[in-house]
Design a protein around this ligand. Sequence first.
Ligand SMILES: *Cc1c(COP(=O)(O)O)cnc(C)c1O
Length: 385
Amino acid sequence: MSKKKAHHGLSTMAIHGGADPRKAGDPVAPPLVQSVNYLQEIGTGAGLKYTRYGNTPNSERLQRRLALLEGAEASLVLGSGMGATACAMLALLRPGDHLLASAYIYGGTFKLFTEEFVRHGIDVTLVDPLEPRAWRKRLRKETRAIFIESPVNPTCRVLDMRPISYLTKEVGLALVVDSTFASPVNFRPIEHGADVVIHSATKYLNGHHDSMAGVVCGTEPYIQEVLHKMMVWGQAPDPFAMWLLERGMKTLDVRVRRQNDNAMRIANWCADRKEIKRVHYPGLSDHPDHEVARAMLDGFGGMMAIELTGGGKAADKFLRRLKLFQHAPSLGGVDSLVCEPRYTSHAAMTSEERTRLGIPDGFLRLSIGIEDADDIIADIELALK
Ligand SMILES: *Cc1c(COP(=O)(O)O)cnc(C)c1O
């Protein structure tokens, strides 16, 4: 699991990183070892292998590879993105500790922090990350960590990590970044001062809508702590899920670059349509975080949102007419998907509350796939008519 000097490009590492040297007769595609347990030596506890311990062949190679991609010392693959977030934070926080978390976070993370952690004696303050000096103002002597997600779901805001990492270094806090929306192709938070990187590998890393996993990256001793949490809270992934993740990751770089290109073209096209009131995409020069995105990201990503001029009614009609876009939650895969936050991630809020957050009725989140951009645009054009 330890850090090797990254002397290869990202695409090469996504295919070969962390693999052992091979010899004649070895398979080219990495084998799936669908075994929970392994034979053990007699007279010693050393070398005990078990799937929930994260030390089986399908997990170890993948963990080395993900650490290389993020520029971390070590990484751990878990059963889901939520499992990764839960174990990552439990490894950092004790009862009596205080967590500063961005208010713009995934719905499941929000529940974990505000319903579960609070019940276990961990105090959580939600912070508007766009308010100047917001983090510093809410700092307490019990504060242990800052948690952010960037780019933000579903508004595609991009947070400037520079002032935040300056603060966490000055005060000695852990800076945790959920980087799911970007993937390591577009954003590597450790290069910008993060201590811990989390992914829902269910999204871009797997990329094919067919397996669930999560990743935590950080220092070697910290990842050992996260491993301990995974073992006792039971958040380990199945070997087959890891095999699918490893297979999906081989095309990570080409997929994400294609999604970046497709989304940029689609965002530009949508920006000229009168049926679309607003396009949220950090690659557009009128996006409020365009300059921040240029400083933080290597690509603007495959996630975008549009606001239909006709509001909620127009959204209903639009969704029924789409043929290529599938109406489904989740994101980051090869198929283009669309979802409506008013019925999914933000269903618990009133229409007014959502509007205040920048998610009015008629707001649609698009996860752009790798289909031909012309076909995706034609699909949107027909559905708008
Ligand atoms: C989906 C998602 C998660 C949760 O991941 P699962 O794999 O569904 O558990 C966490 N954070 C973000 C930003 C996500 O999009």
